[in-house]
Design a protein. Structure first.
Length: 255
């Protein structure tokens, strides 16, 4: 029986399709784990209760919640399971007596990048090495005067862009107002970009934050829709962090 050229071509293509389908079905997907070294910078150094009462720092609750969520998070990204190893830098600790930046002070008298190698104070050098080793950053901050808190810009500004570069960042802001600190988030974008840790596009802006979290980070209302913001931010930060890490591995480091 004669077989036309067209029929023969169709049979060949059909055979190839079956082979590809079987290959995909038999492919073994091996899941691996990746721990991201995640540094959280707390923006507010407020340490006094207002005359009308309340917490000495409104952000204590959301900071504790973010730490808890990071510690228990396990996300699937391609063939990898992503978890976080978390370090928190809080200006109340960093600038306190004995803190990593106590000698320089919040007024940024002696930035790390002005010291010759091996001459920076031990605490400052340890903080620098932690930032350098980080894979990504999260900033949790209030809005001061429609902009960044000075403690945040000072704390992060103590260290040069070479420690932050080619790493993503995520922005979490909060406020007692309906705006959720969004103007601080807008001000953070160029600041983080200049340091080299570009921010993910998705933001987490928490309004009326005192109505969402208790001081210890427990949630007052689990159905509050604002809680859905953090997973979205982390999803983007993780994707960017892994992509940047893989590119650094492929190129043997950063430019």
């Amino acid at each position: 029986m004669d077989i036309s050229t067209s029929d023969f071509a169709h049979k060949i293509l059909f055979t190839i399709d079956i082979y590809i389908s079987l290959s995909k079905a038999n492919k073994l997907i091996v899941m691996t784990s990746r721990v991201l070294k995640t540094v959280v910078f707390m923006g507010s150094a407020r340490d006094i209760s207002p005359p009308w009462g309340g917490s000495s720092r409104l952000g204590n609750g959301i900071l504790a919640w973010v730490k808890t969520e990071l510690a228990k998070r396990s996300a699937q990204l391609g063939d990898e399971t992503i978890t976080h190893e978390v370090t928190v830098f809080d200006p109340l600790d960093v600038f306190a007596p004995g803190g990593a930046l106590a000698e320089s002070g919040a007024e940024l008298k002696t930035p790390h990048f002005f010291f010759k190698a091996g001459e920076a104070p031990a605490g400052m050098e340890a903080m620098a090495q932690t930032i350098k080793a980080a894979d990504c950053f999260l900033i949790v901050t209030a809005e001061y005067n429609h902009s960044l808190p000075p403690a945040l810009s000072s704390m992060m500004g103590h260290f040069g862009g070479s420690l932050y570069k080619f790493k993503p960042s995520g922005i979490i802001t909060y406020s007692p107002s309906p705006y959720g600190g969004s103007r601080a988030a807008v001000a953070l974008r160029p600041f983080l970009s200049e340091l080299g840790c570009l921010s993910a596009s998705k933001l987490g802006c928490f309004s009326m934050v005192g109505d969402i979290f208790n001081e210890d980070g427990s949630v007052k209302d689990e159905s509050n829709r604002q809680l859905k913001q953090l997973p979205g931010v982390l999803e983007q930060v993780e994707w960017l962090a892994v992509a940047m890490l893989k590119q650094k591995e492929a190129c043997g480091g950063c430019p």
